[in-house]
Each structure stands twice: as structure tokens, then as C-alpha cells.
Design a protein around this ligand. Structure first.
Ligand SMILES: [Zn+2]
Length: 106
């Protein structure tokens, strides 16, 4: 079972207590963007096998959104962090690189 530590309240929560929110760190496109950019923002996701950054909500706890880095193939969790950041924090990136030396943030 997938378990995350909520960075907002500090509780270890299993996936039944959480609500998924899709991919994290999306570059948003809105009015004034091209049709291709807007389509990509709305519909196109990479469906990564490996390290992935996701949005989660602690629905059965504090109710707040947070971000998580995990492996989609093994369910290994590298860490969680507040949703108010635009890029993964250095400690999360270091945790990933410690376990996956060949991985790079693209
Ligand atoms: Zn929480």
C-alpha cells in the first residue's frame, strides 16, 4: 500500500486517506496561448514509468494539498513537500539521486 507523510500535519497517511490530484509542477497555459499549448496543458501527460511528481490531498486528514515524489513502478516514496513550490526541493532531488543515480530531472 502506498503511504505518504503529509508535510502539512506530519501524519503518515495511506492512500485510502488521500485523494490524487494528478501530475505536479505542470506548466499552465491559458488565454493567449496556442491551441497546441492549451491542449497539452489540459490533456497530455507523459504516463511515466519511474520517478514521478504528483499532487495529493490529505482528504481524510487536514484536507491540504501537498506534492510527492515516488516511483510509479515500485511505489517507493522519495519524499513529500508543500504544494506551494514551483519545483522539487533540493532534499527531495538528493533523495532520488541517492537511490537512482542515473535519474535526471527533465
Ligand atoms: Zn495532513
Amino acid at each position: 500500500m502506498l503511504t505518504f507523510r503529509c508535510p502539512c500535519c506530519g501524519i503518515d497517511a495511506c492512500e485510502t486517506e488521500l485523494a490524487p490530484g494528478g501530475e505536479a509542477h505542470l506548466k499552465r497555459f491559458g488565454p493567449g496561448s496556442s491551441d497546441d499549448e492549451f491542449e497539452g496543458y489540459l490533456f497530455l501527460r507523459p504516463n511515466v514509468r519511474g520517478v514521478h511528481f504528483e499532487r495529493w490531498r490529505h482528504a481524510m486528514g487536514c484536507g491540504k494539498w501537498f506534492l510527492a515524489a515516488r516511483c510509479t513502478a515500485t511505489l517507493e516514496v522519495f519524499g513529500t513537500y508543500p504544494a506551494q513550490v514551483s519545483a522539487p526541493p533540493p532534499d527531495i532531488l538528493a533523495a532520488i539521486r541517492a537511490k537512482r543515480p542515473d535519474w535526471s530531472l527533465t
